[in-house]
Design a protein around this ligand. Sequence first.
Ligand SMILES: Nc1ncnc2c1ncn2[C@@H]1O[C@H](COP(=O)(O)OP(=O)(O)O)[C@@H](O)[C@H]1O
Ligand SMILES: [Mg+2]
Length: 233
Amino acid sequence: MLSKEDLISGELLVEGRLVDASNATLFGRVLTSDKSSFAVVYKPIAGERALWDFADGNLASREVASYLISEIGQFNCVPLTVMRDGPFGMGAVQQWIDLSQDLDLIAIGQQSIPAIRNIALFDVVINNTDRKFGHILPISDSEILGCDHGLTFHEEFKLRTVLWQYAGQQLVEDEIKKLAALKVRIGGDSLAAFEELITKDEIDSLLERIDMLISEGFPYPSEQWPAVPWPPV
Ligand SMILES: Nc1ncnc2c1ncn2[C@@H]1O[C@H](COP(=O)(O)OP(=O)(O)O)[C@@H](O)[C@H]1O
Ligand SMILES: [Mg+2]
């Protein structure tokens, strides 16, 4: 298994570029000290295209902050992701998840199953503006991960997703407990880590979204902005 330490310190080799990706999203390998090799996605900060609505910081930091939320919030829905140096400078490096080629991502994403609900809830927390069907990574029916979390944590609520099947639903007790614990950690032992990755205002908005989820449940699609990303896959 790939450890966080190995992902940070292993030798990073770039092998190619993901063609359907919008920024410089590279495919490569990390070679660990015991000579194992793991496929990774490497998104160098230097390759990020300027986005008018994400002026602060960089997208790689948002990828890492999303991973942190996934871990400390017990969503466990983001592959191991770290910030590190590489052949094109500092960037986000994420473990590659091998999937079978014949998965119907649209059909899987439209289901109402716990693993999809988990991602839908995670997306509200991180304020994901780009949850496409192609950004879900189904390992099995019960374990579904997600990728492409660079367009997240904006201080204005901008949720844009294909996973609207839970709109208006209240959270169950377990979800509320998880979110309450997550909020304590964001404001406590993980605060310094978030402060390195996103702005103070974005941290405040993150905490407000968690309160909103606990009191109001899953939001409805906005009429003020496109609530589904285009293209949806
Ligand atoms: N960690 C990963 N494991 C498996 N596939 C991935 C992973 N990260 C990205 N991909 C695949 O590569 C595609 C492009 O990556 P993405 O993160 O969406 O790049 P971009 O930010 O440029 O849109 C994704 O839609 C997905 O199919
Ligand atoms: Mg993408």
